[in-house]
Write a new protein. Structure first.
Length: 337
């Protein structure tokens, strides 16, 4: 019988379920975005967890029905157990535990960042060892991946994450939440060199990032401008996006050189950014480094990546019991020998 893995992801404001087959790839994937947060300009944790409670069970039913899958026939269940919003994580985790308890199907708790990294495995076999640039709303890291389950942090942000910078700048410009896609849209037709925004830690010689100075520089610039006309918003968006993408590129180039990497994977919501992909492709290819990324729906939060990660954990014999807990913070850890 075909081995199928169920993935559940509720770490932030997206409720997602998916079925993954190691042979066929993603069988079904459904993500329900929560739109209730838009009017608050950011994710409201209490609203997020209540919304997961309403959405998760019907979403699970849909995915199982569309995949033609019965619970007891699953080879494993993967669930994001951290990092993220505790209330949100607990909805997915409790649900996954109940499914595992009721059916006897093995359960694996998945680190959200490892899920983002393994989203690349949904596009084909990974070329390893590799370097991964994780750029999401909560994380910005360069990670050396020797094998699936073996990770070493090469650089991290010292303050804001790249996605957080997009979101905060989007808010300053009065653009809809989340800021990343809004800024990318507004930047089209804008002048990338209209404003010379700072590239944090550019000359540090290290692979760490800093985005809080950029956010402040954009705020000061916006406050000094007579009016936020659509043209000005376009120019600020294009210039700020360029500053973010440029420093992500510079640090990736540095890390690739230091580590002798041949392949760089992009992961996380910001990896959906077209300008980031374009510049990475152009500049890294010139140095002989291959750049790969997941399709946009697997860059942002999704359960397909969690189901795929569960396959790797469970087939390697790494499973969790019902004592599995959630965690709000904490870096990725290696689990494979
Ligand atoms: O990975 P993700 O869905 O959730 C977290 O784990 O945080 O990432 C969400 C982040 C948000 O900050 C959002 O603004 C950003 O990814 N993002 C983008 C784009 N699409 C999503 N940033 C830049 N360009 C995009 N196209
Ligand atoms: Zn994420």
């Amino acid at each position: 019988m075909e081995e199928l893995y169920l993935g559940i992801e509720t770490s932030c404001d997206d409720t997602s379920c998916a079925i993954y087959s190691p042979v066929r790839g993603v069988v079904v994937h459904r993500t329900a975005a929560q739109l209730d947060h838009e009017k608050y300009g950011g994710v409201v944790p209490e609203i997020a967890s209540r919304s997961h409670m309403r959405t998760l069970l019907p979403l699970y039913d849909t995915v199982m029905e569309e995949g033609g899958v019965v619970l007891s026939s699953l080879a494993g269940i993967g669930v994001t157990n951290g990092p993220g919003l505790t209330g949100s994580l607990l909805v997915g985790l409790s649900f996954a535990k109940a499914l595992a308890y009721g059916s006897g199907v093995p359960l694996a708790g998945i680190h959200h960042i490892e899920g983002h990294i393994l989203a690349n495995a949904l596009e084909g076999p990974l070329e390893l060892p590799a370097l991964v640039l994780v750029v999401s709303g909560g994380h910005t890291q360069l990670i050396a991946m020797e094998a699936i389950g073996r990770y070493e942090i090469v650089g991290s942000t010292r303050d804001d994450a790249a996605g957080e910078a997009f979101d905060k700048i989007g808010k300053l410009l009065g653009l809809p939440f989340p800021g990343g896609p809004s800024i990318e849209r507004a930047a089209r037709g804008g002048n990338r060199s209209a404003f010379d925004f700072p590239r944090g830690l550019k000359y540090s010689g290290q692979c760490d990032f800093s985005f809080s100075g950029l956010k402040t520089a954009v705020r000061l610039k916006v406050e000094s401008l007579p009016a936020l006309t659509p043209d000005v918003v376009s120019d600020v968006s294009a210039s700020a996006q360029e500053a973010i993408v440029d420093i992500l590129l510079e640090k990736s180039l540095l890390a690739a050189r230091v580590r002798g990497a041949r392949t760089l994977y992009l992961a996380g919501g910001v990896a959906a950014n077209g300008r980031l992909r374009e510049l990475m492709q152009e500049r890294l290819a010139a140095t002989g480094v291959r750049v790969r990324w997941p399709r946009p729906e697997y860059c942002t939060d999704n359960a397909a990546m969690i189901a795929c990660a569960a396959f790797h954990h469970i087939t390697a014999g790494r499973v969790d019991g019902l004592e599995l807990n959630s965690f709000a913070r904490g870096g990725i850890v290696s689990w494979a020998a």
